[in-house]
Design a protein around this ligand. Sequence first.
Ligand code: NAD
Length: 326
Amino acid sequence: MNSCTRKRVLITGGLGFIGANLARRLVDLDAQVTLVDSLIPEYGGNLFNITDLKDRVRVNISDVRDEYGMRYLVQGQDYLFNLAGQTSHMDSMQEPYTDLEINARAQLSILEACRKYNPDIKIVFASTRQIYGKPDYLPVNEQHLLRPTDVNGINKMAGEWYHILYNNVYGIRACALRLTNTYGPRMRVKDARQTFLGIWIRLLVEGKPFEVWGGEQLRDFTYVDDAVEAFLLAATREEANGQVFNLGGCEVVNLQELADLLVEANGGGSYQMRAFPSDRKRIDIGDYYADDHHICAELGWAPQVNLQEGLARTLAYYRKHLEQYL
Ligand SMILES: NC(=O)c1ccc[n+]([C@@H]2O[C@H](COP(=O)([O-])OP(=O)(O)OC[C@H]3O[C@@H](n4cnc5c(N)ncnc54)[C@H](O)[C@@H]3O)[C@@H](O)[C@H]2O)c1
C-alpha cells in the first residue's frame, strides 16, 4: 500500500498538466485530494484535465498569491505537492514581476502558512532544470553551479531554496524535483508557452507542418507518468527531506531526432527547419540532459516510458481531445 492512501493531499497548480496527472494517480490511491488553481488563461490549467475526476476531488479556484486563502488551504493536509507556477521563460522576461510574485514570493508565503498553521505537512516542490542555466558539462548533476539565464530560472531557484531552507531551519519536511522537459496527455498544446513540443503536437494533429528551431540541441524528456511516480516517492520517503533531485528520461535526443520520432509516432506529417529566433537565443541554455543517478539511487526511481511509447500515447490523447485544449 502506498503511504499516500487515504491521506489528505493539496496540489497547487492541480488543474495544470502535471498536477492533474498527479491528482488522477492520488485519487486511485484513495487519497483525499484538493486542487488549487487560478486558471489564468495563459497558463496550463484546464478544467477538462479533471473532467472524469470531478466528483472525486475538491477544486478550489484561487491564487497562490492570496496569503489568506493559502493559510486556510494548507491546514489539515498531510502532503502538499507545490506545482503552481508561471512556466514561460519568454513571459518571465516580458513580465518579470508577475513571475517573481508567483514563483518566488508566493512560495515563501505558502511556506510561512505551513510554518504557522501546519508544520507537520510534507512538501514536494516542482523545480526545474532551468536553474542550472547553460551547462558547463553534461550530463548535469545536482552539484552543477546554478546560473540561470532568465528571470524564471532565478525565481524558481529562489522558490526551490525557500523550501530547502524551511526544511533545514524549521524542520518543515520539504524536497524539490528539478524537472526536465516533461510531456504527455494534458500538457498545454495551444501554443509554445509550456513547451515547444506542445505546439509541435497541436500542428501535427491538425495536419499542418511544425517548425524545428536549430535542431541540434540535445534534450532529455520525462513522460508524465514517470514524473508523477517521482513526486509520490519524494513525498512518502523521509530520506528525501531537504534534498534536491534531478529527473531525466530514458534517452537523450537532439530536436531534429525528436521531430522525426514524433512524425513516425504519428504515422506521417512534416516539419520545417528554422534558425533559432534571436530573442530566444539570448536566454537559451543550449544542450542539456540530466544526470539522475541521485534519485535513482536514493529513492529507487527509474523512468519507464521511452520516447517512442510516450509520444504515441500523447498523440493518441490529442487526436481524441485536441479541441478541449485550443
Ligand atoms: N512541464 C515541464 O516540462 C516542466 C519542467 C520544469 C518544471 N516544471 C514545473 O512544474 C510545475 C507544473 O508545471 P506544468 O508543466 O504542469 O505546467 P502547467 O502550467 O500546466 O501547471 C501549472 C499550473 O499552475 C497554475 N498556476 C499558475 N499560477 C498560479 C497562481 N498564481 N495561483 C494558482 N495557480 C497557479 C496554472 O493555472 C497551471 O494550472 C511548474 O511549477 C513548473 O515550473 C514543469
